[in-house]
Design a protein around this ligand. Structure first.
Ligand SMILES: Cc1ncc(COP(=O)(O)O)c(C=O)c1O
Length: 435
C-alpha cells in the first residue's frame, strides 16, 4: 500500500515553507548604523592605515586585535586581509617550507590546501569521518618522516576532535594550525576554537559568521610565532609596532626577521570588525537556538542521521547536516525540499564542481604549479627526503561516501521560529514520502 502523505510540492502539492529563504550572511545581514558610524569615524579621522595618519587616534585594527584576543581567549592576534593569508602566515611562522608535508582534510575550502603550496610545502590530503572533520585514524596513517604540521579545519561550524589531533601531534612532534574560517566563536570542551593548537586562522569574508567583506586573523599563545607571522605579513616587519627605533632594530633572535609579503588589514575593515565582534555571541545564540528547534522537531526519523558532533556544545549552529541512506535518495530529497521552499542541497555530486571537496581540486591532483619547475613537488629538499606524494580523485573514499549521503541546510541567524517550524515540517513531509 502506498504511504499516506501530504502531496509533495515537487508533485504539485502545496509548499511546506511559504516564507522567503534568508541568505546565509549571518554578520553581513546585521550591518547597520553601528558599522556605518564606525566607518565614518575612520573617514572623518582620515586614519586609513594602521600605522599612521594625520590624526592622533588609536588604530582600529590594533583595537580589534586586542578585543579578538580577549574574545577567543588567546594572547596574540594578528589581523590579516584574509584567512588564506592567515594560514600562509601561520605555516611560515611555524617554519613549514620546502621538503615538508602538511596534512589537510579532503573536505574543506580549497584555500586550506592552496595555502600549503603557497608556503612551498606539499599537501597530504586525508579522510574526514562522520563529523565531516579530520579523521584522526587516517591522519595517523598518513604521517611520514616529512610531515611537519596538521591543518585541523573546523568545518561547517563544528570542532574537530582536538583531543585526538593534539595527542597525535604530540606523539609525532607535529605542529597544529586550526582553520577556524567557518567556525568563529565555536568551542571545543569549553575553549574557543583557534586557541587549542599552535596557531589558529580565521576568515571574515562576507559569507562568514562575522564579516568585513574580506579579512582574516592569526591567533597564537606563542610570542615568537606571533612575531614571525607579523614579520611575514608585513613585507619584513617594516612596520614593526613600537615606533621607529623598534622598526629598524636588528633581529633579536635567529628567525625573527626575514622578507615577507603584505597581508595587512586596513582600518575600515578593523572598524567594521570591532562592531561585528560585539554581535558574535548574539549571532551564535540565535543560530544554535534555530538549529536545536529544527533538530528536536525531526529527531528519530528512520533513515535520517545527524552529523556526529565532536562537542555538541561547541557547535556554532551555522548549518544542519543530515546523512541519508544513499546518494540517490539524498539528491531526490534535496530536490523535493527545494520544491517545498527550503534551501537544501546535497553536498557531493561527481558532476557538480565544488571547491570544498578534494576530488575537484584539479590543481592539486594534477600537481599544476605556477612555474614549469613544478615545485614544491619536485623540490630537491622534498625528493631528497624520499617525498613522492600521489593524488587521485578517489583516494579518500570515506570522505566521498559521507559527503554523497549528506544533505546541507543553512541555519541563518535571522530565521524566525516559524521559519524553523516550516523547515521541520518540510523535512518530515519529504521523509514520510521517501524514507
Ligand atoms: C575552511 C576555510 N578555510 C579557508 C578559507 C579562506 O578564507 P578567505 O576567503 O578569508 O581567504 C575559507 C573560505 O571560505 C574556508 O571556508
Amino acid at each position: 500500500m502506498e504511504k499516506m502523505v501530504n502531496k509533495l510540492a515537487i508533485d504539485g502539492g502545496s509548499k511546506a515553507k511559504t516564507t522567503p529563504n534568508i541568505p546565509m550572511y549571518p554578520g553581513g545581514l546585521e550591518i547597520g548604523e553601528a558599522e556605518k558610524k564606525a566607518v565614518m569615524q575612520v573617514l572623518d579621522d582620515k586614519y586609513l592605515f594602521r600605522y599612521y595618519g594625520p590624526s592622533d587616534v588609536e588604530s582600529k585594527v590594533k583595537l580589534f586585535e586586542e578585543e579578538f584576543s580577549s574574545k577567543i581567549g588567546v594572547q596574540h592576534t594578528l589581523a590579516t586581509n584574509s584567512c588564506t593569508s592567515a594560514l600562509i602566515c601561520s605555516l611560515v611562522a611555524l617554519g613549514v617550507g620546502p621538503g615538508d608535508e602538511v596534512i589537510v582534510p579532503g573536505y574543506t575550502f580549497f584555500a586550506s590546501c592552496a595555502a600549503i603550496v603557497a608556503a612551498k610545502a606539499v599537501p597530504v590530503i586525508v579522510e574526514v569521518d562522520d563529523s565531516l572533520t579530520l579523521d584522526p585514524d587516517d591522519v595517523e596513517k598518513k604521517i611520514t618522516p616529512r610531515t611537519k604540521a596538521i591543518i585541523a579545519v573546523h568545518m561547517r561550524g563544528v570542532p574537530c576532535n582536538m583531543e585526538r589531533i593534539m595527542a597525535i601531534a604530540s606523539k609525532y612532534n607535529l605542529k597544529v594550525i586550526e582553520d577556524v574560517a567557518q567556525s568563529t566563536g565555536g568551542s571545543y570542551k569549553g575553549k574557543r576554537l583557534g586557541g587549542l593548537g599552535d596557531m589558529g586562522a580565521f576568515s571574515f569574508q562576507y559569507h562568514k559568521i562575522i564579516t568585513a567583506g574580506e579579512g582574516g586573523a592569526v591567533v597564537t599563545n606563542d610570542m615568537m610565532l606571533y612575531e614571525r607571522a607579523m614579520s611575514y605579513h608585513d613585507a619584513a616587519a617594516c612596520w614593526r609596532p613600537g615606533g621607529p627605533e623598534k622598526r629598524f632594530a636588528k633581529a633579536r633572535y635567529n628567525g625573527e626577521l626575514f622578507p615577507g609579503v603584505n597581508y595587512r588589514m586596513n582600518e575600515i575593515s578593523g572598524a567594521i570588525l570591532r562592531v561585528q565582534l560585539e554581535r558574535l555571541d548574539g549571532l551564535l545564540a540565535q543560530m544554535r537556538q534555530n538549529k536545536s528547534r529544527i533538530k528536536n522537531a525531526i529527531s528519530g526519523i528512520n533513515g535520517i542521521e545527524f552529523r556526529r558532533l565532536n562537542d555538541p556544545d561547541g557547535d556554532t549552529g551555522i548549518v544542519l547536516i543530515l546523512f541519508l541512506p544513499n546518494p540517490e535518495i539524498t539528491g531526490k530529497f534535496a530536490e523535493a525540499l527545494k520544491a517545498e521552499g527550503i534551501a537544501a542541497s546535497s553536498m557531493h555530486n561527481k558532476s557538480v564542481p565544488d571547491w570544498h571537496v578534494y576530488s575537484h581540486w584539479d590543481m592539486i591532483i594534477n600537481k599544476w604549479t605556477a612555474t614549469q619547475e613544478g615545485c614544491p613537488y619536485t623540490c630537491p629538499h622534498y625528493l631528497n627526503k624520499g617525498g613522492n606524494v600521489q593524488y587521485s580523485s578517489d583516494m579518500n573514499p570515506n570522505t566521498l561516501n559521507y559527503l554523497g549521503r549528506s544533505l546541507h541546510i543553512d541555519i541563518p541567524a535571522q530565521m524566525t521560529g516559524d521559519d524553523c517550524d516550516m523547515i521541520s515540517e518540510g523535512i518530515l513531509k519529504v521523509a514520510k514520502a521517501y524514507l
